[in-house]
Design a protein around this ligand. Sequence first.
Ligand SMILES: C[S@@+](CC[C@H](N)C(=O)[O-])C[C@H]1O[C@@H](n2cnc3c(N)ncnc32)[C@H](O)[C@@H]1O
Length: 282
Amino acid sequence: MNEPPAPVTAISTDAVRTWRGLAGTAVLLDGFHALKHAVRFGAQIPVALAGDRAAALRLAEDLAPDLRDPLGALLVEVTDETLRALVPRIHPTGVVALAIRPSRTANLETLARTPRSAPVVMLDNPRNLGNAGAVIRLAAGFGATGVVTTGTLDPWHPTVVRGGAGLHFATAVERLDVADLPPGPLFALDAEGEDIRGLKIPDDAVLAFGSERSGLSGEVRARADHLVSLPMRPQVSSYNLATSVAMALFHWSSASGREFGGMDVRGTDGTDDTELDTDPHV
Ligand SMILES: C[S@@+](CC[C@H](N)C(=O)[O-])C[C@H]1O[C@@H](n2cnc3c(N)ncnc32)[C@H](O)[C@@H]1O
């Protein structure tokens, strides 16, 4: 039997008003998975809506029991009609939220702080929003200090945030000029460089990756302390940008012996946003 529509309460009216006030400036968290990560990594979330609050909380029980209470306090039920008026597309989980973007000043301080215990990933003029999101997710997973981009792509674009699965709040994400890169030795990844397997990537490295179309810019090449390659058979031209970042971060982490403890929620679900697109219970 279908559930009766959510009643319009004073709380849901307030939530919608808050949404409308913030929609132009806040970060859209599209779906349960993005909200889950943003909450875990301390995002400030003034409003979170669900088409079916009870179903969203059952999802929390299943996939993120650590968040049952915080999500219970955050989520406000609204009708599907209301959701449709607020977002271009209702996520299959029926969950959507707005988060406050971390201050650029705070992120720049994080990026500039020394000594550093984990590298900064630098994307030199990336073009593909999905790649940028995947890289932010990788950086969050490996505990990288941050992800900086050069060029015109906005690393906080909604499509990048979606690809990052709400993990922009787990690492410092900013756009910068090459001249303003964080301190630390610059290891630039390029198929013509020195084999990474013979190198130790230090914790304070800046790991630079070139554009999908044209590779590393002349400016980054000129600044690089090391040009580093990932092992690749002859006749293969290059790897995808995000997979290159994954290999380089894995190489750094395996040599650094870094522990990934600290949060006891790692691996409680193992879903990803594309899975949740088709089945919220996978
Ligand atoms: C799709 S590739 C760029 C291909 C581009 N046509 C070029 O000329 O370099 C994107 C980035 O991934 C990294 N990358 C891809 N394959 C690599 C490899 N075998 N070794 C090191 N870096 C690689 C580089 O940073 C490269 O700029």
